[in-house]
Write a protein that binds this ligand. Structure first.
Ligand code: FMN
Length: 604
C-alpha cells in the first residue's frame, strides 16, 4: 500500500487529509462524496483516523477510492484494461503454429504463462512482521469503518478472503464484507452463490471447522482479483499472474493452512465453526439500499499479523456512482472474451453504472436466426454471476455504441413494441430486495434485434397530460415525459401510492393515444426530472413478473416501493442516505465540498 500511495502521489491522484476524522460515518461520508466528483475525484489518504465514541486514535492511515477513476484503475493494473482483454482473447484463440516463426512467437507467449501460477515461499512474509496472538487479538485496534447510520456495526469492506475446499485441492480468493462483532469475531458475508459458501457447505457436511485467512492491502490487484467472477475452482490469483506477469508470492498463515500474498498489509486468520450462524447486517450496499439482517457464518480470529507500517484499505458502497463502478468496468472488459465463448456472436456488452450492474445489461450481437436473442438471454441467465442480471436488452450490430445512451435509447424506443418483451424467472443476486421471495425472481429480456414498425402517439404537454392523468388517478403528483421525439416516449408519473399500481395502469388505458411507456414511482424521494436516479430506482425496485403490465401498445412499469398493497410480505429496506448532521459538521470544518448540483443529482 505504501508503494501504491507513492504511485498515486506521483500521478497527482491522491489527496491527503490530515484532520482528525471519525471512523464512524465521517471518513466514509467524505469518501462517498469524493468519488462522485468529475472523473472520480482523487484517492484519499486519511492520516488521522479516530474512534470518537471509544476515545481512540489509530497509528495507521486509511486509504480509499484507489480504483475510483478509469485513470487510477489502469494505473493500478500497470497496463491498459483493453490490453488484458486482448491477451485473454489471444489465449482463447491460439491455433497450432504453421510456420517456424509462428512457433517461436507462440513459444515465447507460452513461456510467459509460467509466471501466472502463484509461488509458495518458505518462511514468513513482511505481512507477518507484527503478530497478535491469543489475548493480544483485538479487531478494534484496526480503523474499521461504519459507513451508514443503519449499518449493524463496523465492516471490513476490502478484505481478500482466502479459503480452500475440504480436501485442500481448490483454493479461492473472494471479496466479501466482514462485520466486526467484537474483538475476535467476524461475520462472513459470502452469499449462497459464491465459491466460499460452497466450500463452507463441504466443511459443514463433514462436521469440521473451516479455516479462513483474510488479507487487507498489498498490491491493489489482489483486491480486484478477489472481486473477479472466475468459475468455481479457479484460483483468482492466476489472474494476478496473467495481468502482472509476476507470480503472486505466498506465505503460509500462522494459524491456518491457507497461503496469503506475502506483501499484504494485514492478515486476519481464523476458523469458522460451521454449526454457528449469527445475524449479519444490516449494511448499506451496492444496490444503494440496506441489505437486511440475515444469518451468516462467524469466524473466530486466531491471529492478526501486519506489516511494520500497515495502511488500512477500505471502500464505500451505496448509490451510484462509486468506486465499484470502475472496478466493474475493468471486470466487464476483461471478462468479455470469456463470455464470448458461451455467446460467440456477442459484439459488445455494457452495464450502465446507474443500474447497479446486474439490474440492467445492454448487449449487442449479430443475430443469425429467429430466436437468437432469446438464446443469448438464456445463456446469460445461466452463466456464472451473469445469471444475476435482472433486465437485459439485446440489440443488433447496427445499433449505436452502447455507451451513447441518447442515441441508443432513441434506437430502442423507435423500434419497440410489447412483442419485444420476454419475461421469465431465474436466480437473483442475494442483495435483491424487490422480488416476492429472496434469491429467485422475474427476469426481463428485451429483444431489439428486429425492427418493428410503430406509429408515434399524439403527444400532449407535461402539464396538460398530468391534468388528464389526475382525473383518472387522483394519487398522481408529478409527471415528466422523456424522449418525446421517439415513437415510444417514456412518461414517468409519481404517485402517493394508495393502490396496487396495476389499478393505476388500468385506469390510464383510456389515455393510450397519448402514452406508450409509463413508469410509476413513489412521490417520496423521487425526482421525476432526474433520469439518472430514476433508472437506479426503477431497475432496483421492479420484479418483471409482477411489475410489467401491457395493454395494446401501452406498457406499464411499477417502480414503486412494495408493501401489503402488492401482497409483498418481505421487509422493504430503506435506501442509504448520508447523515445530515455529519455532512453539516464536515461542511463547517471545510471538509465537505461536493457541488450542490451533484448532491441533488446523486441524491446523497
Ligand atoms: C466492494 C465489493 C464488496 C462486495 N461484497 C460482497 C459480499 O459482501 N458478499 C458477496 O458474496 N460478494 C460480495 N462482492 C462480490 C464478490 O466479490 C464477487 O462476486 C466475487 O466474484 C466473489 O468471488 P467468488 O466467486 O470466488 O466467491 C463484493 C464486491 C465488491 C466490489
Amino acid at each position: 500500500m505504501q508503494k501504491t500511495i507513492k504511485l498515486l502521489k506521483k500521478n497527482n491522484e491522491l489527496r491527503v487529509i490530515e484532520e482528525a476524522l471519525d471512523i464512524y460515518l465521517e471518513i466514509p461520508h467524505i469518501a462517498y462524496a469524493e468519488v462522485k466528483k468529475k472523473d472520480g475525484g482523487k484517492a484519499l489518504l486519511f492520516t488521522n483516523a479516530v474512534d470518537k465514541q471509544n476515545n481512540k486514535t489509530f497509528d495507521e492511515p486509511v486509504l480509499m477510492n484507489i480504483f475510483g477513476s478509469y485513470k487510477r484503475c489502469e494505473l493500478l493494473f500497470g497496463r491498459s484494461i483493453e490490453s488484458v482483454a486482448d491477451e485473454i482473447t489471444k489465449l482463447l484463440h491460439m491455433k497450432p503454429p504453421a510456420k517456424f516463426m509462428e512457433k517461436v512467437s507462440m513459444a515465447r507467449e507460452l513461456f510467459t504463462l509460467k509466471d501466472i501460477f502463484p509461488k509458495r515461499l518458505k518462511g514468513e512474509g513482511v505481512c507477518q512482521k507484527i503478530k497478535y496472538l491469543d489475548g493480544d487479538i483485538d479487531l478494534s485496534k484496526l480503523p474499521v469503518l461504519t459507513t451508514w447510520e443503519q449499518d449493524g456495526g463496523p465492516f471490513i469492506t476490502m478484505g481478500q478472503v482466502y479459503t480452500q475446499s475440504l480436501d485442500g485441492d481448490m483454493v479461492n480468493l473472494g471479496m466479501y464484507r466482514l462485520q466486526v462483532y467484537d474483538k475476535n469475531h467476524l461475520g462472513m458475508h459470502w452469499q449462497i452463490h459464491k465459491d466460499s459458501s460452497h466450500f463452507f457447505d463441504q466443511y459443514q457436511k463433514a462436521g469440521k471447522k473451516m479455516p479462513v485467512s483474510i488479507a487487507i492491502g498489498g498490491d491493489p490487484l489482489y483486491t480486484w482479483c478477489a472481486t473477479a467472477p472466475l468459475p468455481y475452482g479457479v484460483n483468482e490469483l492466476l489472474m494476478y499472474g496473467l495481468i502482472t506477469k509476476n507470480p503472486a508470492k505466498l506465505v503460509k498463515s500462522l494459524t491456518t493452512p491457507l497461503y496469503i500474498p506475502e506483501d499484504v498489509d494485514y492478515v486476519i486468520e481464523g476458523w469458522v465453526d460451521t454449526n454457528e450462524m449469527k445475524i449479519e447486517g444490516p449494511f448499506g450496499d451496492h444496490t444503494g439500499y440496506y441489505t437486511l439482517a440475515e444469518p451468516y457464518p462467524v469466524m473466530e480470529v486466531s491471529a492478526i499479523t501486519t506489516k511494520k507500517e500497515p495502511v488500512f484499505l477500505a471502500t464505500v458502497v451505496g448509490k451510484p456512482p462509486l468506486e465499484d463502478k470502475y472496478m466493474g468496468w475493468a471486470t466487464g472488459k476483461i471478462f468479455f472474451p470469456l463470455l464470448k465463448t458461451t455467446a460467440p456472436d456477442l459484439v459488445d456488452y455494457h452495464m450502465p453504472e446507474n443500474a447497479g450492474f446486474h439490474n440492467l445489461i445492454l448487449a449487442k450481437m449479430q443475430p443469425h436466426y429467429k430466436g437468437h436473442a432469446k438464446q443469448f438471454m438464456h445463456a446469460f441467465w445461466g452463466a456464472g454471476q451473469m445469471s444475476f442480471v435482472k433486465h437485459a436488452i439485446f440489440l443488433d450490430e447496427k445499433a449505436p455504441k452502447l455507451e451513447n445512451y441518447g442515441a441508443l435509447t432513441s434506437y430502442i424506443l423507435d423500434r419497440f413494441t410489447p412483442q419485444c418483451l420476454f419475461i421469465t424467472e431465474g436466480i437473483l443476486d442475494a442483495l435483491d430486495h424487490s422480488s416476492p421471495e429472496s434469491l429467485v425472481g422475474g427476469k426481463l429480456g428485451i429483444d431489439m434485434t428486429a425492427a418493428h414498425k410503430v406509429e408515434a402517439p399524439q403527444l400532449l404537454g407535461d402539464e396538460e397530460l398530468l391534468a388528464e392523468v389526475k382525473e383518472l388517478i387522483p394519487d398522481a403528483v408529478e409527471l415528466a415525459q422523456f424522449m418525446r421525439r421517439c415513437k415510444n416516449p417514456i412518461t414517468v408519473i409519481s404517485v402517493k401510492k394508495q393502490k396496487n399500481v396495476k389499478e393505476y395502469f388500468d385506469a390510464l388505458v383510456t389515455l393510450s393515444t397519448h402514452i406508450r411507456i409509463v413508469v410509476f414511482v413513489d412521490e417520496a424521494k423521487n425526482d421525476v426530472h432526474n433520469p439518472y436516479m430514476l433508472l437506479w430506482r426503477v431497475t432496483n425496485n421492479m420484479d418483471a413478473q409482477r411489475d410489467i403490465f401491457v395493454s395494446g401498445l401501452m406498457v406499464g412499469i411499477d417502480g414503486t416501493n412494495k408493501n401489503q398493497l402488492d401482497n409483498f410480505s418481505r421487509e422493504w429496506p430503506d435506501d442509504v442516505e448520508c447523515t445530515p448532521s455529519v455532512i453539516a459538521s464536515l461542511k463547517e470544518r471545510g471538509l465537505f465540498d461536493l457541488d450542490t448540483k451533484l448532491i441533488e443529482k446523486y441524491q446523497i
